[in-house]
Design a protein around this ligand. Structure first.
Ligand SMILES: O=C(O)c1ccccc1N[C@@H]1O[C@H](COP(=O)(O)O)[C@@H](O)[C@H]1O
Length: 237
């Protein structure tokens, strides 16, 4: 089997960063140190949460300079939950993201309207716990640029995402292969190898699995997550 496509470049920590053949998004960042840890490891996307109930919530004033660190190195994603046009206008104009992640109950019509208003790619998150939840994925085909499958939050949870729980990845086996998706929900350095052996997402998305406490990202855990992906890729090559 051919080796996965990867390119080497020297990062600010003096190490060779690997560009992975799949997208890797580190979400819920809020400090320059952890943004740099994600970038130095070769993250394709960095994510900022705009959801006041989240321990990862950031203001536009925090996210905008962090976004500058990523310019030319990774795509910046802003994550919102059922945000209206007024809220999105403010965030988009301050942060100038590359991608909008809609992580609430946004309908296909709302996704279309957001895409048209901002001219940006939209990643639509869907909460998954049963095969039935996946039937909604097709509704977004040709509307969202990419889907993101996250675990359905437990009943009564405050957050629609970022809960650090996995779902049954085998549910994705029957998915229409033409739908590109990011795998999310409870990923960490210990289980990402298993995930990659079972499913073939176009990207991975992680938040709480690289935190030492809710909302507190840890550069060493980010390093460990990427190291686990590299090991999994080497085993598969
Ligand atoms: O992370 C949050 O606090 C959050 C809040 C509101 C919407 C989405 C959120 N996070 C998204 O959920 C995934 C999965 O998180 P985890 O790895 O299970 O902790 C995360 O990557 C964000 O895209």
């Amino acid at each position: 089997m051919a080796a996965p496509c990867r390119r080497l470049r020297l990062n600010k920590r003096g190490r060779a960063a690997i560009s992975f053949s799949m997208d890797i998004k580190i979400c819920g960042l809020s400090t320059p140190e952890t943004v740099n840890a994600a970038l130095d490891n070769g993250a394709s996307h960095i994510g900022f949460i705009f959801f006041p109930k989240s321990p990862r919530n950031v203001s536009a004033d925090t996210a905008a300079p962090l976004r500058q660190l990523a310019r030319g190195r990774a795509q910046t994603v802003v994550v919102t939950v059922n945000a209206d046009d007024q809220a999105l206008d403010t965030i988009v104009s301050a942060v100038q993201p590359d991608v909008l992640q809609l992580h609430g109950g946004e309908t296909p019509e709302r996704v279309s309207a957001v895409k048209a208003r901002y001219g940006l790619p939209v990643m639509k998150a869907l909460s998954i716990s049963t095969a039935d939840d996946l039937t909604h994925a097709q509704d977004y085909a040709g509307v969202a640029d990419r889907l993101l499958f996250d675990a359905k939050p437990p009943k009564g949870a405050d957050l629609p995402g970022g809960n650090g729980i996995t779902f049954d990845w085998s549910l994705l086996h029957g998915l229409d292969a033409s739908l590109p998706y990011m795998l999310s929900g409870g990923l960490n350095a210990s289980n990402v190898g298993d995930a990659l052996a079972r499913v073939h997402p176009s990207g991975l998305d992680i938040s709480s699995g690289v935190e030492r406490a809710p909302g507190i990202k840890d550069a060493a855990l980010i390093d460990a997550f990427f190291a686990a992906i590299r090991s999994a890729k080497q085993r598969a090559a």
